[in-house]
Design a protein around this ligand. Structure first.
Ligand code: PGA
Length: 250
């Protein structure tokens, strides 16, 4: 059985004062029925990891560089994230693919760097609205999955997040059938590439406008093992509502 995962992506939001939300979450969920993860901006990783030490909430980064160190002004290595207290890192988020031109091979190299440091990689895939309307969703997801995920992964080291670009931060959510179609497709591709055991152990999260009010129905879809939540992870109360739904579905 795959343990469900509720992951929060704070994006470029949050200062020291926001740590109170993380602490409220940890206090409300001392023994959650699913895994919990918060990915704050890089400036908060260390402080959040210290604040949540001993709690059930893990801390992750939102990106890492493919190289271990060197002349890369402004970047953060996987080792630095781990040293700061992160156990996970989000890679290939569509905002990084769009804002920083990250290709599948860039994401793959970053994922390799993360895995070599012992971080759990949360690799994001998702089609644009144009691609969906052109009937290319599965083709796009298949290509991203193949290109972004390196060999040698396991259910313990890799999480996939399916995040349709057009559903992120827009309040628009695919139909349950559309979510199920893509999650089933990703599961089949993982099993074909990595074998049934590994392919069935990797968790597949849905992301894109998940809120307390729509979480329960999304978590009822086959092969949805949790959520990657942006806006609704910033406030403990909203995120707890989503986690409640995930625990009920577990
Ligand atoms: P959203 O973002 O929940 O605000 O739509 C999800 C994400 O980008 O991870």
């Amino acid at each position: 059985m795959r343990r469900k995962l509720a992951a929060g992506n704070w994006k470029m939001n949050g200062t020291g004062a926001s740590l109170a939300e993380a602490e409220a979450l940890a206090k409300a969920k001392p023994e959650p029925g699913c895994d919990l993860l918060l990915c704050p901006p890089a400036t908060l990783v260390h402080r959040m990891a210290q604040a949540l030490d001993g709690s059930a909430v893990a801390v992750g980064g939102q990106d890492c560089h493919a190289k271990a160190s060197g002349a890369h002004t402004g970047d953060t290595s996987a080792e630095m994230l781990r040293d700061a207290g992160a156990s996970h890192v989000i890679l290939g988020h569509s905002e990084r693919r769009a804002d920083h031109g990250e290709s599948d091979s860039d994401v793959r190299a970053k994922t390799e760097a993360a895995l070599s440091e012992g971080l759990i990689a949360v690799v994001c895939l998702g089609e644009t609205l144009d691609e969906r309307e052109a009937g290319k969703t599965l083709e796009v997801i298949g290509t991203q999955l193949e290109g972004s995920v390196p060999d040698g992964v396991s259910g313990a080291t890799l999480v996939i997040a399916y995040e349709p670009v057009w559903a992120i931060g827009t309040g628009k959510v695919p139909t349950l059938e559309q979510i199920g179609e893509v999650h089933d497709f990703i599961r089949a591709r993982l099993e074909a590439r990595f074998g049934a055991e590994t392919g069935s152990a990797v968790r597949i999260l849905y992301g894109g406008s998940v809120k307390p009010g729509n979480a329960a129905e999304i978590f009822g879809v086959s092969n949805v093992d949790g959520a990657l939540v942006g806006g609704a992870s910033l406030k403990a109360g909203d995120f707890i509502g989503i986690i409640d739904a995930l625990e009920a579905a577990a």
